[in-house]
Design a protein around this ligand. Sequence first.
Ligand code: NAP
Ligand code: ZN
Length: 348
Amino acid sequence: MIKSKAYAAHSASSLLVPFEIQRRDPGPEDVQIEILYSGVCHSDLHTARNEWKNTIYPSVPGHEIVGRVVAVGNKVRGFKVGDLAGVGCMVDSCGHCHSCNEGVEQYCESGFTGTYNGPVFGGENTFGGYSQSIVVKASFVLHIKHDQQDLASVAPLLCAGITTYSPLRHWRAGPGKKVGIVGLGGLGHMGVKIAHAMGAHVVLFTTSPGKIADGKRLGADEVCISTDTKQMASYANQLDFILNTVAAPHNLDAFLQLLKLDGAMTLVGAPAEPHPSPNVFNLIFKRRQLAGSLIGGISETQEMLDFCAQHKIVSDIELIDMAYINTAYERMLKSDVKYRFVIDMAKW
Ligand code: NAP
Ligand code: ZN
């Protein structure tokens, strides 16, 4: 067993505190990674505080991991000691259902094993990236091709990047398409960058007037303050696709009305409490679709990392020490982060 320092929540109401965990010794198909950077996703906070009512304690969050390979099992091909490696939201899946065969392991019919809080196939709880070391099946480990100096800013691609890339690609964001991104947080700012790089005309919808200039710098062609009904009305029936990343319940109708005939709005934000039900007439009258999307498969995550490396896309981050995590959570709740906290594991 490998001992690793970590930070864990022990209950929904307690702060995260130092905690020692044990990782398995790498098996023949495993890669052992020394974690260099770990992004802080809003899902980490939802989980640490049991907002989705499924947390197993102690809980060690973190599913935006970048590190260096320190050991490989004897059946591992494609990774060697010294390589850079990434780990996202999943560390295993059944491997033989329809979804796994299609390469969309996130929709595994038995449920994928989460990087944290994920013992779907039985066994111990899984512990995530707020730790110094992790051992993962090689088929769930990603290759990092970005420049070395960007590594901390690459970490958020492993969740925020793929969670926006996958639906943007599925709903064919690209030239000639008007794409709305709702919420400029960790996911939203990656959505703006990626949709822009795909060639779409990007409209950012934000509740924060202070983010207008940033929205444009990040790649939005237009910015709409979503609390301003007049501004919102000017986008009625205009958008082909809307990616909604908001982490709190809100009025979905306000955005559905902005879709064209056959337009779709996909929810990736996962608030603890439900949204007020949308008005069905907003769907019926323009054959609009309301959809959801969960992260992305492993091969699509590699495709996204390669796309971002090619387009020189990384996350805008604020690098923090591990001990800052509780303050980071409070700031994230106030949307006070530009635009992702990333923990520097060298600064314990
Ligand atoms: P985040 O950094 O906190 O960003 C959320 C953004 O939503 C905020 O920056 C803010 O943007 C907007 N917002 C927050 N509260 C709001 C409110 N009450 N009304 C309107 N807008 C509000 O969070 P994140 O890490 O991007 O995660 C966003 C959500 O996606 C979370 O629920 C997370 O669990 C979920 N998630 C889902 C998946 C998936 O696979 N589907 C994957 C990862 C995360 P403005 O200031 O611009 O309005
Ligand atoms: Zn996440």
